[in-house]
Design a protein around this ligand. Structure first.
Ligand code: PRX
Length: 661
């Protein structure tokens, strides 16, 4: 496993500890360590107790069915509806008039939906969906900006038992098309556009390009957000507001099964094709609501803000399902942190009196770069708890966040989890766990995580290894949509016949049993907390007519965590054209970057594209990306003995350094 020495050394130096504040502890939802022993002694009993916090139409008759691993069933034969738990049940209580969603748009428009109002909108929209032929089990694709209609659409799908498949609005038409086709979605919900730094993201335009090649799509519902003219296709496209006007007000919740699919969410794996991660209903809701309540120490009067886009798992679990199941007020923001100025987030926190704030290290590093002067202009005293997710946070960024945003009084929960885990798996409990900057600390109660070597032996404390999860957990993915074999191969086949989940991350456990995530050990790149596979970007590059071969790596980046570096060999005639001066090197680099954006989306844009005559390969023809990473990060080359021709990498390194000097 590639455990990076440098990371290890910095982590080893980090020995500051921050203890929970007495007052915080006194008020914390969980402040007794006994929760860990309790959950260990009877894990299923622990989850069953958590499940009691939800409303079930019919109680389960078995907590876990693990008879046919790795296919788990949680709360077997339980009947439950996610929308009912996130909306309707709160309307029956004093939460009826409590804000469920506080929305702030990029242009500054604010809209608050109480639980009662949310229910009204969701019921109407569920009727709209029904009217367009959506029924239980049908997949619905969603490609929208961060606006309340996105939440309404998700919840309406959940209400009908129609799984949603949300595609992040930054993805290209081709990415959208592939995801729609993989899920064979019947209907697409989109918007005319979304706001991004004062400009319009042309969602409907992209959707039209995608849907032209999606035979399963019967109708497209379009929310009017940005207001520009968009073409509407008669008989296929409908305006959301027009359908809503005509929709009936009442719509009952389907009594879905605990194991009915709630949603599919596509994520990158080690191969080129994105995987449709399948989450079901009962276990997912138990996992997300429990972790939200305990880790974010949820209080009735909290104004909770998770900055993730709903298009990612963090948005699914911790903007919508977890918080709303707990009757929280969740804030949704459409825009970027630096628009119109670099204090937008602090301004939002001050105006809405946000109490709990959950964001990503990549954002924190950007805040650090923009400087203290921005948060200093705002009153952030409403904050009482901070969180981070998506990638390892470097101790300097942690300390900056702690001091400058948390005013030295807010615990920081560094939460490790994945699209596949559905719920947070490793995290401090803010009323219990002493914090070490840069460590996600310890597994959540009831979660059995180990650090093992290649053979599956637990490594000693102080050492690094692979992160595995040894027992099923409620919000775990159930399969890869339409591909059980890939599900087995990818996650469950690494340690012989033991049914352990392999997460793809390296981790070091220190002498206090704290976990320090070292990043991916496979071909997945983590750019700004978003997963991309090297293969996906490579296929996009090779798709360009000038490219013969491409190798893509993640290189350390000050703000993004990792940035994409592409090493590209060109077709012979293209070299010729460059040599003849018929083609400009820089223009071609630009064109290749643009091509990747077109194929995947802006998040996949390579930071740099380097042309090389050859790529370093093993004798069996495998590209050695590890060596390219050494080159890109300016390190001495690691072991080159398995290379077919060591001269290739030596030459490449010299050229690369020449380029940079
Ligand atoms: O490498 C880990 C990193 O993000 C990966 C999961 O990515 P994704 O499925 O997109 O979900 C991101 C949000 C849950 C993990 O395999 N990661 C996530 N959280 C952390 C992290 N790395 C270190 N520390 C974290 N807190």
């Amino acid at each position: 496993m590639a455990v990076n020495r440098e990371t290890l050394d910095t982590l080893l130096e980090e020995n500051r500890i921050f203890y929970p504040d007495k007052e915080f502890v006194a008020r914390a939802n969980v402040n007794d360590r006994a929760i860990y022993d309790e959950a260990r002694a009877d894990t299923q009993g622990f989850w069953a107790k958590q499940a009691e916090n939800l409303d079930w139409f019919q109680k389960w008759d078995r907590v876990l069915d693990w008879d046919n691993p790795p296919f788990a069933k949680w709360f077997v034969n339980g009947k439950i509806n996610a929308c009912y738990n996130c909306v309707d049940r709160h309307v029956l209580t004093s939460r009826r008039t409590k804000p469920a969603i506080i929305f702030e748009g990029e242009p500054g428009d604010i809209r608050t939906l109480t639980y009662e109002e949310l229910q009204r909108e969701v019921m109407r929209f569920a009727n709209v969906l029904k009217g367009l032929g959506v029924s239980r089990g049908d997949r619905v694709a969603i490609y929208m900006p961060m606006i309340p209609e996105l939440a309404i659409a998700m919840l309406a799908c959940a209400r009908l038992g129609a799984p949603h498949s949300i595609v992040f609005g930054g993805f290209s038409p081709e990415s959208l098309r592939d995801r729609i086709n993989d899920a064979a979605a019947k209907l697409l919900i989109t918007a005319d556009g979304g706001w991004r730094r004062g400009k319009i993201v042309p969602l409907k335009h992209n959707a039209d390009d995608a849907v032209a090649e999606c035979p399963s799509i019967e109708s497209v519902v379009v929310v009017r957000r940005t207001g520009q003219e968009v073409p509407m296709i008669e008989g296929r496209d409908y305006w959301y507001h027009e359908l809503m006007e005509r929709a009936a007000a009442e719509c009952p919740c389907e009594e879905t099964d605990s194991e009915d699919m709630l949603f599919i969410l596509y994520t990158s794996g080690t191969t080129g094709k994105p995987k449709g991660v399948v989450h079901t209903t009962g276990g997912y809701l138990v996992g997300t609501s429990t972790t939200h309540r305990i880790i974010f120490d949820h209080k009735e009067d909290d104004i909770y803000w998770c900055t993730a886009d709903i298009g990612w798992i963090t948005g699914h679990s911790y903007v919508i399902y977890g918080p709303l199941a707990n009757g929280a007020t969740t804030l949704m923001f459409e825009g970027a942190p630096d628009w119109p100025q670099q204090d937008r987030f602090w301004d939002i926190i001050e105006r809405h009196k946000v109490t709990v704030f959950y964001t990503a290290p990549t954002a924190i590093r950007a805040f650090m770069k923009w400087g203290r002067k921005w948060p200093e202009q705002h009153d952030l005293s409403s904050l009482r708890l901070l969180g981070t997710v998506g990638e390892p946070i470097n101790p300097e960024a942690w300390i900056w966040y702690y001091k400058n945003i948390g005013g030295g009084r807010c615990p920081i929960v560094d939460t490790w989890w994945q699209t596949e885990t559905g719920q947070i798996m490793i995290s401090p409990l803010p009323g219990i766990t002493p914090l070490k900057p840069g460590s996600a600390t310890v597994p959540f109660p009831g979660i059995n995580i180990d650090v093992v070597d290649k053979q599956g032996n637990s490594v000693e404390l102080g050492k690094g290894g692979y992160l595995v999860i040894k027992e099923p957990w409620p919000a775990m993915l159930r399969t890869i949509y339409g591909d059980d074999q890939r599900f087995i191969d990818q996650y469950w086949s690494h340690f012989g016949d033991r049914w352990w989940y392999f997460a793809g991350d390296g981790v070091r456990r220190d002498y206090d049993n704290y976990h320090w995530i070292l990043g991916r050990v496979d071909d997945v790149i983590n750019v700004s907390g978003h997963r991309l596979s090297t293969m996906e970007v490579e296929s996009a590059l090779v798709d360009h007519q000038a490219v013969a071969e491409a190798a893509v790596i993640g290189k350390s980046h000050e703000i993004k965590g990792q940035a994409i570096s592409a090493f590209v060999t060109l077709k012979e005639h293209v070299w010729q054209e460059i040599r003849n001066g018929d083609m400009d090197r820089k223009e071609l680099q630009k064109a290749l970057k643009a091509h990747v954006v077109k194929k995947i989306g802006a998040i996949a844009r390579p930071e740099d594209v380097f042309f090389t005559a050859e790529l370093p390969k093993t004798r069996s023809g495998k590209i050695m990306r590890r060596l390219l990473r050494d080159v890109a990060e300016g390190r001495a080359l690691g072991d080159t003995t398995t290379l077919a021709d060591p001269a290739v990498i030596a030459k490449l390194k010299a050229q690369y350094e020449g380029k940079e000097s």
